[in-house]
Design a protein around this ligand. Structure first.
Ligand code: PLP
Length: 331
């Protein structure tokens, strides 16, 4: 790992090798026919040169295009890991129903993988989750339990726990907030991919906290590769926010998998700033992504602007097609 001051410019040969071949062609990906679930991961790392146009040359801003996963989000990775680990260990019997609480993307991933592997899936989510999400879940054949929106995802979690407590044999409850397979999917997948795709030159990793699986797994792996990595944890600035998938940890149930010791810097983002960046990403970069991706890029850009040299990586968490009926696109 080079020191930030020694980092080459984005056009120098050593950076151009991994970071510039960002169309995914350098990923170790086979073109042989594969099962749907084997196509999860190995997403491209995109350089955000337009958004980062004012950055000094030795600073590179990149985003991992997790919205290109088959289920449209970063949550395909932990969902696959939790399901396969459960089936392998026997914790998930084929006669059982997978049940969980999710703000949407993990549920879509469970439903997609459940359909592909012929597994029953029931999901609790706040009633105010977007129509696109609810319709997508139903299209995959999942059963939905809609919970009081004022209780957010915490209320959906409480509902699931009550059902599982009342009938433990009937359900497999992956519990993504407390399941190590969640962060391990990123430790074994997203983290090493970022390391390889940047040629080991990543200096800063910035991402929002939901279950905290992405942050915990990626940072744990990248810090093992290079202890000088700066890990920036992002949260919405208020408990009531419009950033689906993200948590305001001071006022929410803190996930069991969260490791506060991994955080070097905390940042917050307003919903307005996130939505503005979300619109900007689609209109000027052709990246149709959701608001948490907008929040991530807004924060990553701030971090990048504070540097003289370095490679800042963030996550494009989910596809913007999930939010097309929202009126904030019009602003
Ligand atoms: C759209 C979106 N963004 C961000 C996150 C946060 O990711 P993690 O749960 O890994 O912290 C989620 C999680 O569900 C999400 O759905």
């Amino acid at each position: 790992m080079q020191s930030p001051s020694a980092s080459p410019s984005p056009t120098s040969p050593s950076t151009a090798r991994p970071v510039a071949s960002l169309n995914g062609s350098s990923a170790p990906r086979s073109d042989a026919p594969a099962r749907l679930i084997d196509r999860i991961g190995q997403t491209p790392l995109l350089r955000l040169d337009g958004i980062g146009a004012d950055l000094p040359e030795p600073v590179t801003l990149c985003a991992k295009a997790e919205y290109l996963n088959p289920g449209g989000s970063v949550k395909d990775r932990p969902a696959r890991r939790m399901i396969l680990d459960g089936l392998r260990s026997g914790a998930f019997g084929r006669e059982q129903t997978l049940i969980d609480a999710t703000s949407g993307n993990t549920g879509i991933a469970y439903a997609m993988i459940g359909a592909a592997l012929d597994l029953d899936v029931t999901l609790a989510l706040p009633e105010n989750a977007s129509e696109e999400r609810k319709q997508t879940l139903r299209a995959y054949g999942a059963d939905l339990i809609l919970t009081d929106p004022t209780g957010g995802t915490d209320e959906a979690q409480r509902k699931v726990k009550a059902l599982v407590d009342a009938n433990p044999d009937r359900y497999f409850y992956p519990d993504q907030y407390n399941n190590d397979a969640n962060w391990q999917a990123h430790y074994d997948g997203t983290g090493p991919e970022i390391w390889e795709q940047t040629g080991g030159e990543v200096t800063h990793f910035v991402t929002g906290l939901g279950t905290t699986g992405t942050f915990t797994g990626v940072v744990r792996r990248l810090k093992e590769q290079d202890a000088s990595l700066t890990a920036v944890a992002l949260q919405p600035d208020t408990p009531l926010h419009g950033l689906e998938g993200l948590k305001h940890l001071d006022t929410a149930i803190v996930p069991g998998i969260y490791d506060a010791d991994l955080v070097d810097e905390h940042r917050s983002c307003t919903t307005e700033a996130a939505l503005e960046m979300t619109r900007h990403l689609s209109r000027t970069e052709g990246l149709l992504v959701g608001p948490s991706a907008g929040a991530n890029v807004a924060a990553a850009l701030q971090v990048a602007r504070s540097l003289d040299a370095g490679t800042v990586v963030t996550i494009l968490c989910d596809t913007g097609t999930r939010y097309l009926s929202e009126d904030w696109w019009e602003a």
